[in-house]
Write a protein that binds this ligand. Structure first.
Ligand code: FAD
Length: 287
């Protein structure tokens, strides 16, 4: 199934992001995680890809193939520009096409020391190329509080518009904790004529160091309630995880209630218990 079709189903599409292991991948070691996450019946599962050939891009295709063909859940294979030539992209495309995957998330990729963009400088270049050479359903990333490298929020939105113009079919947002920032972003991009579906990307907090690192990388703002939660459970990881899952569910339900996102995408960090908690919270609330 193409991701653009999941938005016409009558349930709110809820999806998960997972990451493949580095090095040799042993699918049997991932079964428990895969059974648990796909068992929640998500609209799709997306599989990350390390930029610049740093270790797991082959595993991305293999893992996305297993989700698609053995679990019969639509999968989305991430694909990045960093260090990719058209030849690299063509071979990766062939590999995922052979696995019956019809969805990709086209990204520039996180910068890796010593690796540069080569043929494709920006995600929009890769999207145009994929649009010309494949019939994939193409997703792209978006940034409710602006991308960390961009000089201005308005400029970032112009570049987002370029991704739609290049052929992106849907968007998944970067993580954020402040729903008001997400709502302002949606108003702004819809005004700018960006009409494609958007999944709100939500990351349940799994630990103080994990979230501090993510915030450093992506520049998401941290509301006082999150800072209080991190301080309160600083020395109690289990309680922090529980509070983090509750916060994420509350965030997702407020977004569902607002009707401003087309779907919810959880960065579930390969944790089936997180996926089932979040899915249950959303379905129990009637979405
Ligand atoms: P772009 O859209 O190319 O934007 C990058 C920067 O360049 C922005 O500041 C933008 O405003 C600016 N820009 C864009 N076009 C132009 C232009 N024409 N002229 C000047 N400036 C321009 N990274 C990975 O390595 N692997 C993954 O699997 C992965 N998965 C992700 C999933 C999601 C949902 C998201 C939101 C991000 C993911 N990332 C992943 C991180 C992503 O690669 C980084 O955020 C990266 O820094 C930007 O990627 P992009 O595709 O948004 O880039």
């Amino acid at each position: 199934m193409r991701i653009s079709e999941v938005y016409s189903e009558n349930k709110l599409p809820v999806s998960f992001e997972i990451f493949p292991p580095k090095g040799e991948m042993d699918i049997s070691a991932l079964r428990e995680m895969l059974d648990g996450i796909t068992g929640t019946d998500p609209a799709y599962v997306s599989v990350t890809c390390s930029a610049g050939g740093t270790g797991n891009s082959r595993n991305t295709a293999a893992l996305a193939g297993v989700i698609q063909n053995e679990y019969h859940i639509p999968s989305v294979a991430h694909i990045t520009c960093i260090n990719s030539t058209p030849f690299d992209v063509d071979s990766y495309v062939e590999e995922i096409k052979n696995k019956g995957i019809s969805n990709v998330l086209a990204l520039r990729g996180d910068r890796v020391p010593g690796k540069t963009t080569s043929s494709f400088n920006y995600a929009s270049d890769l999207i145009s190329y994929l649009k010309r050479t494949t019939d994939f359903c193409i997703g792209a990333g978006c940034y409710p509080e602006g991308h960390v490298e961009c000089e201005s929020f308005d400029e970032d939105i112009e570049h987002l518009r370029e991704k739609q113009d290049a052929g992106a079919d849907f968007l998944i947002s970067q993580l954020f904790f402040d729903n008001q920032a997400f709502f302002r972003f949606i108003d702004k991009i819809r005004d700018r004529g960006i009409t494609i579906p958007i999944d709100a990307g939500i990351m349940p907090i799994m630990g103080k160091s994990q979230i501090t690192r993510m915030i450093f990388l992506c520049g998401a703002s941290m509301p006082a309630s999150v800072v209080r939660m991190l301080n309160k459970y600083e020395d109690d990881t289990q309680s922090l995880i529980k509070a983090g899952m509750e916060f994420a569910a509350k965030q997702a339900l407020e977004i569902a209630e607002s009707g401003m996102a087309n779907g919810i995408h959880f960065y579930c960090m390969n944790k089936p218990e997180v996926a089932s908690y979040e899915m249950k919270a959303i379905r129990d609330a009637g979405y």
